[in-house]
Design a protein around this ligand. Sequence first.
Ligand code: G6P
Length: 368
Amino acid sequence: GAVDKGEYRHFMIKEIFDQPTALANTLEGRINGGRVLEACLGPRAAELLARVKRVRLVACGTSAHAGLVAQYWIEQIAKLPCRIELASEFRYRDPVIEPDTLFISISQSGETADTLEALRHAKTKQLAASLVICNAPESSLVRESDIALMTHAGPERSVASTKAFTTQLMALALVMLLLARRNGLSEDQERRYVKSLEAAARQVDEVLKEDAVLQRLAERLIAKEHALFLGRGPMWPVAMEGALKLKEISYIHAEAYAAGELKHGPLALVDEHMPVIAVAPDGHLLEKVKSNLQEVKARGGELYVFADREAGFKSEPGVTVIGMPHADELTDPIVYTVPLQLLAYHVAVLKGTDVDQPRNLAKSVTVE
Ligand code: G6P
């Protein structure tokens, strides 16, 4: 295709900077009068959604991290039971699926073999509907699903996924609001959520302006062999995505933990050689995260905290705070993913790895 890097050195950094536009494109034509248009799920949306009492999600890799965030949203805001599973696990199990299930697959390419087989496996059961969140029109997952919601991220060339992920989150938020509306979410609440979705592109743009800060931070990580990422609630999958980005392209071993699990193992690894990177927006879990971070500090760990500028975090010896714009709790996962992408990118560039084409990895895994 006729996609080039333009002024950018790699596709990955171009695609990271594409995100404000890509996120706006995901919303384009899908909001009207401050509310989500049900028609964005196609002509049969009303009939199909009316049957839905629960949700199952499947995906692989980065797309599975989007599904993990959506699982928190769907239970918390749409109040529907929801479960996410790796497609490679789901397809070989004999899962119990109730007939009122909305089965959602998430895939940038629409061609990942495990995700496609998971959909086919689910379709052998009775479903309320199958829905795919996808970036590739005409792909197999789109053709084989009842409903397709396209992310409109534009072509993504870097093997490490960036704008595909944040636009998947945006698309999943739309689906979640359509489900929530049918399950007790008021018009006012919906409008408030839609406003925050509309604000996300601008907040991402603000984060991108801090690129130089992330570049300096990257210099402090290049000599490390390991890194620990922490988050809570929907920010836990964001920590997973940050760890995945770092390991994929910089080959630094990185692990993500739900911050509350710190004391159940990873704390044993914390010393001055183990950087700990935390995503700590100003949500209802902030105080919990703060006390986890104290535990790290007390053990001489080197802490990097991405925190709301207004949340009262201060840099001190051993603790580096990176100020983030204030976002709504719903959109924090979108906004806080971006600095982690930039961080991984700059570490990889400084280490001189093949950023867009990391060793042993493929953009789309179409065979098992
Ligand atoms: C590969 C890619 C990842 C991607 C995953 C799932 O591993 O390298 O970036 O997240 O496949 O791909 P999909 O196209 O289904 O989202």
